[in-house]
Design a protein around this ligand. Structure first.
Ligand code: HEM
Length: 417
């Protein structure tokens, strides 16, 4: 690095004591990486005394993040303490009063997770695979060759929405409602998706009413293998208070939507930015299963999860006080060269490519990881059958968020074989 870049790079000039990595603009401009690199080097467990989200700790190294993840007795996910993101879940105008098991501690968490997890069990995924493949094929076959299109809207959103609609057995023609509710659930007014917290609340109420209708319908039908039917009939969830039912549905919508969507887009961008890797893939499509976890590491579609300390604790030699907000920056842990070899390179045949933090770890480790990998594997298998290249032809536009790491537009042109 030259002296010139050192002077101009704000990540290296801001005093550590004032370093606040929560600004969504740093993620939208994709400049956050150098801030995390500096924290990993100089202050891996970093305290920020003042931010738009109040004081918080940043945990930036892979091993320290794991230490927090496995210790749910000390580091809580409970919604009433603030929940799982920098933005407190149940505070002031942002409050939704929704309950979901991602924001619960054991034992309640475990019972609810157990009730809905069969929908993503390997036996169900085997049934899901041909449906997703057929739908992926239809989406790709409908795309024009040689014309500029928005990959985010035409492929990433469409495919993940279709999969979700299948998991929920959601009315097919109305499936884009799922996309909207997913966007709204994680939105704040500054993202532009909603203009106020009031609007968010109203739209989610509409979502609640819609699902209430589906619940009422399925409660009178014999049990089936879709998620709503499972929740309606399972002893662990059937007497769930209404806000909890809604919360868990929203969790499944959001969990399955933004994350996979942005990994599909992120993979296209990563391959375009690394043409040698794209050539490697074209020469050997058998590399797809290895490439998928690398795409998910590279993209890290959820930048962080947050915990609240239930007691005094220590991470990386720093003293955490009871009540402190602790943010595990997966995006940073996934670039930690103490654990990942050449972490800043996108390597599609990376050995041990599953060793990443994008799905979290511990009791809350992503429940839908196999569904996500399945969708990504299928879409890439179907892409390679049809196109010699998905070429990125303009600058990607990124999401304004410190939680979701994704894209709003990705202009591409398709080339036939
Ligand atoms: C939890 C990431 C896809 C459903 C999580 C967590 C992360 C994550 C980071 C929290 C882990 C923790 O706190 O330790 C991702 C990524 C995905 C993805 C990167 C795609 C690439 C999906 C899909 C579904 C899903 C497709 C549903 C079909 C869930 C659920 C939880 C969860 C239900 C809560 C688990 C719990 O609290 O026990 N996910 N996810 N996710 N995810 Fe995913």
């Amino acid at each position: 690095m030259t002296t010139d870049t050192l002077v101009r790079d704000p990540a290296s000039t801001v005093p550590l004591s004032q370093m606040d990595v929560s600004d969504p603009k740093l993620f939208q401009s994709d400049t956050i990486g150098s801030y995390f690199a500096r924290l990993r080097r100089e202050d891996p467990v970093h305290y920020c005394p003042e931010s738009a989200y109040g004081p918080y700790w940043s945990v930036t190294k892979f091993k320290d993040i794991m230490q927090v993840e496995v210790n749910h007795q000390t580091f809580s996910s409970e919604a009433k303490l603030g929940g799982i993101a920098l933005q407190d879940m149940q505070s002031g105008e942002a409050s939704l009063e929704l309950e979901m098991f991602i924001a619960m501690d054991p034992p309640k968490h475990d019972a609810q997770r157990k009730a809905v997890s069969p929908v993503v069990a390997p036996s169900n995924l085997v049934l899901l695979e041909p449906i997703i493949r057929e739908r992926a094929g239809l989406i790709l076959d409908s795309l024009p060759i040689g014309e500029e299109i928005d990959w985010v809207d035409r492929v990433s959103i469409e495919l993940t929405t279709m999969t979700l609609a299948t998991l929920f057995d959601f009315p097919w023609e109305e499936r884009r409602k799922l996309t909207r509710w997913s966007d709204v659930a994680t939105a704040t007014p500054e993202t532009g998706v909603v203009s106020s917290f009031e609007q968010r609340r109203e739209e989610l109420l509409e979502c609640a009413q819609y699902f209430k209708g589906l619940w009422d319908q399925r409660v009178n039908e014999p049990p089936k293998s879709d998620l709503i039917s499972m929740m309606v009939h399972s002893p662990a969830t059937r007497d769930m208070p209404y806000l909890e039912f809604l919360g868990n549905l929203i969790l499944l919508i959001v969990g399955g939507n933004d994350t996979t969507r942005n990994s599909i887009s992120g993979g296209v961008l990563a391959l375009n930015q690394n043409p040698a890797e794209y050539r490697k893939l074209m020469a050997d499509p058998g590399l797809i299963p290895k490439m998928i976890p690398e795409i998910i590491r590279w993209q890290t579609p959820l930048t962080h999860m947050r915990r609240t300390a239930l007691m005094d604790a220590e991470i990386g030699g720093r003293k955490i006080r009871k009540g402190d907000k602790v943010v595990m920056w997966y995006l940073s842990g996934n670039r930690d060269d103490e654990v990942i070899d050449r972490p800043n390179e996108f390597i599609i045949d990376r050995p041990n490519s599953r060793h990443h933090l994008s799905f979290g770890f511990g009791v809350h480790r992503c429940m839908g990881n196999r569904v996500a990998e399945l969708q990504l594997r299928i879409i890439w298998e179907e892409i390679l059958k049809r196109f010699s290249k998905v070429e990125v032809v303009g600058a990607p536009e990124r999401t304004l968020s410190n939680f979701i790491r994704g894209f709003t537009h990705l202009p591409v042109k398709l080339h036939a074989h």
